[in-house]
Design a protein around this ligand. Structure first.
Ligand code: ATP
Ligand code: ATP
Ligand code: MG
Ligand code: MG
Lengths: 264, 264
């Protein structure tokens, strides 16, 4: 199972849109996909129509009460299973703070399911707090959605410091698989310049850096109103508007990601 | 002096772009404006070219070391003064946590300057933490930039709970002046539907609510690549691209805000 955390501490850059629609695209291409929502905002949960009532179990119960991941699972499409989040997660970081092995509770909960899926994607909150650290400690790959605007690189540097720290202390297998440009305004100089900056930045990586070998995906996710509309229907882009640019871009990203394969 | 906090805990919705360009627009219309950067990311500081070196004073020194606000001031244009932020602010919430009157330190630092300016705008981080609480405790008005996308209303409700709490416990004069729709994609159904939802929501306010009387501004800030480009030059939209839609929209917003006037 390839496990991928979708991470960027900057808000509103396309993490959830990517986690949801890339998962759906991989499932359409025949892979069995597990999508884990690790954000107290539970946006990925809402995007896929997987909301939980107060009597249902969510990732909160897995992290805090030792529930089995499988007991929370929601099948939302062919080959696509969601582990829902819940607003209770807001308190999870504080509740976990006092416990031993608090950075690895998610990874341990995920372990029994490695044979059940081809891909596991984890949607993270715009934060580098304990929940996101749990994601980084549990996966092998990091995918970074980035909006090609001013200061995108500054945020990237800070994120990569955290990835390096987690690799050194908790998860030696961790590596950055790549950066995907989201909310891309084709034809603008700004998007092209930021893209060039990120390409240069990654190319300058030293061999021991966790982003050595990471790429900027050829596929960019263009700005497309359909991608902003489908969450309110609890659907992925493929159920909402399969002929849109949004659908085409995420299908292309899924193929590119699958081709880049697991760590060499 | 009208004091206005620019607030939304959601990331990337146009807070800084609004704080900076609305400040600049008000200054162009003849008002004396103080723009305070209360975000450790210091984006408003960078947008206006007001970066501080490690030897300079910033809002961090005002909050933590008792420096005078005036000692940090940077004049960045006619009638436009910036109080810069610095990455050190990242530690400010923890350093303030143990102190008495920790929610009102900013308000007290601002008080001596009320006669020196017509408007004070405060740019806040995407968070409802202690720095943002300091902003809410110090100002009389709240301006909420909102991206007309799915779940915008959900974030708004949570923000208004915090405004209510601060009004009850710290600042009885606090009120919401309005919501300004940012990153508005004209001609899309989504933008119109969310706008209608927010209008309905505000119209349903009870008389004792801090958003009673708040409006959705007629002026919307349209998506305009020039607004995304000018920060990298350390310029406001008026110095970078005065004939753009971005400049026109913020000038219109400034007139509308000035006309709505202070509390009745
Ligand atoms: N390519 C796109 N075209 C149009 N709208 C998009 C696109 N990608 C994302 N959006 C919209 O932009 C907003 C932010 O995207 P999204 O929620 O995926 O970002 P995020 O990084 O997960 O945000 P957060 O930091 O709050 O978790 C959402 O309303 C989403 O529907
Ligand atoms: N109307 C607009 N048209 C085009 N780009 C915009 C517009 N408004 C903001 N942007 C760009 O979108 C990005 C997010 O905007 P901004 O930084 O103002 O949001 P924010 O709410 O302050 O974000 P944060 O939560 O990180 O503080 C920035 O790169 C900005 O330049
Ligand atoms: Mg998200
Ligand atoms: Mg900002």
């Amino acid at each position: 199972m390839r496990s991928i955390a979708v991470i960027n501490q900057k808000g509103g850059v396309g993490k959830t849109t990517t986690a949801v629609n890339l998962s759906a695209a991989l499932a359409r291409n025949g892979r069995r996909v597990l999508l884990v929502d690790l954000d107290p905002q539970a946006h990925a949960t809402m995007h896929t129509g997987a909301e939980v009532g107060s009597d249902d179990l969510s990732i909160y119960d897995v992290l805090i009460r030792g529930a089995a991941l499988g007991d929370t699972a929601r099948t939302v499409g062919d080959r696509l299973v969601v582990i829902p989040a819940h607003i209770d997660l807001v308190g999870a970081e504080i509740e976990l703070a006092g416990r031993g092995q608090r950075e690895t509770v998610f990874g341990r909960a995920l372990r029994p399911y490695h044979d059940g899926f081809d891909f596991c994607l984890v949607d993270c909150a715009p934060s580098l707090g304990l929940l996101t650290i749990n994601a980084l400690a549990a996966v092998e790959e990091v995918l970074i959605p980035l909006q090609p605007h001013f200061l995108a690189l500054q945020g990237l540097s800070r994120l990569l410091e955290t990835v390096t720290l987690v690799r050194e202390r908790l998860n030696p297998a961790l590596r950055v698989v790549g950066v995907v440009l989201c909310l891309y305004e084709a034809g603008t100089r700004l998007a092209q310049e930021v893209r060039d900056d990120v390409v240069r930045f990654l190319a300058a990586a030293e061999p021991h850096a966790p982003w050595f070998g990471a790429c900027v995906f050829e596929t960019v996710i263009r700005r497309n109103i359909k991608l902003a509309e489908c969450p309110s229907f609890g659907r992925t882009i493929f159920d909402y508007s399969p002929n849109s640019h949004g659908a085409a871009d995420y299908l292309a990203l899924a193929r590119e990601l699958a081709a880049r394969g697991a760590a060499p």
